[in-house]
Design a protein around this ligand. Structure first.
Ligand SMILES: *Cc1c(COP(=O)(O)O)cnc(C)c1O
Length: 394
């Protein structure tokens, strides 16, 4: 998955172009930048590649989530349905917005299920944070129908799924607003960075202003700009965008390599009878950053996870016991640990997060192992890997 594996002269050259000819700031300074606009260029390329009207780069995927929520009008006291299997950021961003995360069940897509969402809806539900985990997608048609019926905003956290599509549409562009992450270990990287993507012009307008203290970005005198709303600084720098631009140009190649490598390993594992694969609603659109499979029991999963490591199969994740990706292991979130009181502590009938149960998700995640698909593997390394996997299962 990690785009850093393909770092080359292209990234260096783009960053050097900012240092030698351009300027570090994404806005203004026209007299200093010699027409270098790396952030704008990357935003335009994102729009083209994802076939979306608007893209706005920010300083991280987390900042993108925070910006997307504010821009879509999700805030104090709103309930946002979230999955128990995700990176913590998808849940933290909801708390920081003053909203109330409501955990719902996932299905064998490893994303929120349509039934899970429906069961979690209350009169206070405003939105879902639909996380497309590990490079693949949720059941979009069914979920869209549920959200339409209940008038819910769909925020797509596609931080791990850039380059994936569902029925030809880029993940991130199917709901109301989508987010990508370009941190150091994602499919493509800016070093640190993220993006909001949307076809909704109101959300876009709110987003670029929110992520820059409310600046309306009208005219070319920054000091004289209007500020219709408050915001924060989630700006990306031109150096980060320059790196990301070179990486985004490699995205198609990255996805191609991932698909080829994943298929070789998946085909080789097809005859292991105790293994069943993750459900992928549109397999042709899988970004193939991970190969994810289920074992028949939790005990066997623990055993196989150990055997894979012993046989030198690196890059395997047993998320169920992972500190950062599964609700069960987030004691700090369950107990609302924070250096300062969170807005949610003012809401008296908030959920008791120490008591939230997601038994269906537990039953799935306790049997799930993901393997990272690397870009730099040689054919020999893949053949060796397959032999090692077979030995682990023997
Ligand atoms: C990486 C990630 C984020 C956060 O992105 P950062 O750029 O690291 O802030 C959010 N959600 C998911 C699902 C992620 O994997």
């Amino acid at each position: 998955m990690p785009g850093f594996e393909l770092f080359g002269p292209e990234e260096k050259q783009e960053v050097a172009d900012v240092m030698e000819n351009g300027f570090t700031f994404r806005y203004n300074f026209d007299h200093m930048r010699n027409d270098r606009w790396k952030t704008r260029e990357m935003e335009q390329l994102l729009c083209e590649k994802m076939n979306a009207k608007h893209a706005h780069l920010v300083s991280s995927g987390t900042a993108a989530l925070q910006t997307a929520m504010a821009a879509a009008g999700i805030g104090a006291g709103d309930e946002v349905i979230v999955p128990p299997f995700t990176f913590v950021a998808s849940v933290e961003a909801v708390f920081m917005a003053g909203a109330i995360p409501i955990f719902a069940e996932i299905d064998e897509t490893l994303c929120l299920s349509p039934e899970g969402i429906e069961a979690a809806i209350t009169p206070r539900t405003k939105a879902i944070n639909l996380v497309h985990m590990c490079g693949s997608m949720a059941k979009m048609d069914e979920i869209k129908a549920v959200c339409k019926k209940h008038n819910l905003i769909i925020l797509e956290d596609a931080c791990q799924a850039i380059g994936a599509t569902y029925k030809g549409q880029a993940l991130g562009t199917i709901g109301d607003v989508g987010c990508y992450s370009f941190d150091s270990v994602k499919t493509i990287t800016c070093g640190e960075g993220g993006a909001i993507i949307t076809n909704n012009s109101d959300i876009y307008e709110n987003a670029h202003m929110f992520s820059d203290h409310g600046h309306d970005h009208v005219g070319n005198d920054r000091g004289a700009e209007g500020h219709p709303n408050m915001g924060l600084n989630f700006r990306i720098s031109e150096m980060n965008s320059a790196m990301g631009l070179a990486q985004l140009r490699k995205l198609d190649k990255i996805i191609d390599i991932q698909r080829t490598n994943k298929k070789t390993i998946k085909d080789a594992m097809a005859d292991i009878t105790e293994v069943s694969f993750r459900e992928i609603p549109d397999e042709a659109g899988d970004s193939a950053g991970f190969l994810t499979f289920f074992m028949p029991t939790e005990a066997r999963t623990i055993e196989i996870n150990k055997k894979l490591a012993e046989n030198g199969v690196d890059g395997c994740f047993y998320w169920y016991i992972n500190n950062w990706h599964y609700l069960k292991n987030w004691k700090h979130i369950q107990e609302l640990k924070s250096p300062a009181a969170l807005p949610i502590t003012l809401i008296e009938d908030r959920p008791d997060y120490t008591k939230v149960q997601t038994p269906q998700s537990d039953a799935i995640m306790s049997r799930t192992i993901s393997m990272l698909i690397k870009l730099s593997w040689t054919e020999e390394e893949i053949a060796q890997r397959i032999a090692n996997i077979k030995r682990a299962f023997a």
